[in-house]
Structures are given as C-alpha cells and as structure tokens.
Write a protein of this length. Sequence first.
Length: 257
Amino acid sequence: MREQSGRFVDNDPILPLGQHTEVVLRETRRAENLAVRMISFRHVSRVYPSPGGEVHALRDVSLEIAPGTFCAVTGPSGCGKSTLLNLLGGLDQPTSGEISVDGLALHSADENALTAYRRERLGIIFQFFNLLPAMTAIENVELPLLLRGDRARDARARAAEMLELVGLTPRADAFPHQMSGGEMQRAAVARALVHRPSLLLADEPTGNLDSDNAARVLELLQKIASQRLATLIMVTHSPEAAAAAERRIPMMDGRLS
Ligand code: ADP
Ligand code: MG
C-alpha cells in the first residue's frame, strides 16, 4: 500500500506498519473531533456566591457546537447568557465542568494560555461598536494588527480586505461620527475578524440598530458563517436576529431549554 503523497508507506524502513497505522488513525480521530465539536461544554455549572445565597447562573450545561456554525443564544434577562459568553471568552471559569474550544481546555488553561487564546483565536463584537472616535474606519480595523507588531503595509492591506468583505470600501476614510450605526457595526465586525479568529462572540450586535441596519449586519454575520470564516456565537433578545442564525440555543434559568 503506497499512497500518492507517500504518507502511508508499508515498507518504510524507519516506522513499521503498525506504528504508521496508529499515527494515521490518531490524526484522523483528532481531525474528526475538531470537525464535530469546535466548542464543547460538559456538565458546566457556574455558581456565584452572594450575600442572599448562591446564584446558580449556569446549571449543568452540556453543549456541542460544530465549527463555522452561526448560533443565537436567547432567553430572558438573568437566564445566564452573559455568563455563557464570558466562559467562552476565557474571562470567567466554571465552578464545575469542562469547556473546550478548538482543542483548548478553557477550564484548566493557565493565564498565559488564556491570554493567547483571547488575543489570537477570539473576536468580539459589542452592542455599542466600541470604535475609537479619533481613527478612521480603516485605522480602527488595522489597529489590532499594528498592536501585535505586523508591518504597517501588511496591516493596511489586510484591513482593506476586511472592509471589502463588510462592504465598507467606500467608507474606509470616514470617522465613526460620519458613519451610520450599521456602518459602525460593520466596521466593528471587520475589526473583530482582522486577525483571523476561529471564534466570534457577539453580545446583542443589533441591539442598537434600526431594522434596516440590523438586517444588513445579520446578513453579514450569515455570510461570515457560510464562508466558514469563524464560528459565531451571538447573544440576542431580537427574534429577527435569532431567526438569522442557523441554530438557536434557548436558555431558561441557567439551563438550556
Ligand atoms: P443574562 O446575560 O442572561 O441576563 P447573566 O449571565 O448576566 O444573565 O446572569 C445570570 C445570573 O447570574 C443572574 O441571576 C445574575 O444576577 C447572576 N450574576 C451574574 N454575574 C454575577 C456576579 N458577578 N455575581 C453574582 N451574581 C451574578
Ligand atoms: Mg447579559
């Protein structure tokens, strides 16, 4: 048995067949695991101590999300949506249970690993855009790359690519105060994706937009998911926004409902 690439070689003098097979199987399994569950929660609980008694923000949540999926987390205020998002962002730790993202065990990762995770693999979109007012759209988008030390020319080129993706090329030199809410949010989406994160977290990304602008932002998020640019987890109160996602994760009282 000789495969084209020469990878599965029977008569390799260095590694006998048994070990080859073992390595190939192990690699295949790893690839399958990643493909099947980019995000996995296993029996995750988060209990906050409080003077009036413990608050059970998450109760025994188990969940798997395939890579590239666009998920909407919905449910009434206080049901645990932000807690779930904070755990995924590596900003909080579960009281019990296991969370893994992209092969990284967040519940047991040390501070260095969590910092690297947040910087490299995560993009975040906020309800109020959080663009820097003294910078143009393209300057806002390229900033994360400049801060990590990319060359100015490369950062500019990548930022221009991202503005193209979000349909803002003509507005590259506009300042936030010259942009509509929808344009600001699309610039914020470009900024969140500029460093090629595998996971994009969004907390009420359309919460501050009128319905036309909200629809355009949702279309953009759908495009990002369909091109498999990132897995997208969006917390939302809006039924329209939830309907735009491929999968809805309804929560109630700290549990999936
Ligand atoms: P949601 O985002 O769905 O509104 P949260 O995840 O923010 O809900 O909160 C879930 C529950 O946990 C609520 O009862 C909230 O009051 C409580 N909670 C959240 N953060 C803390 C905290 N730091 N200390 C104590 N209780 C908290
Ligand atoms: Mg919340």
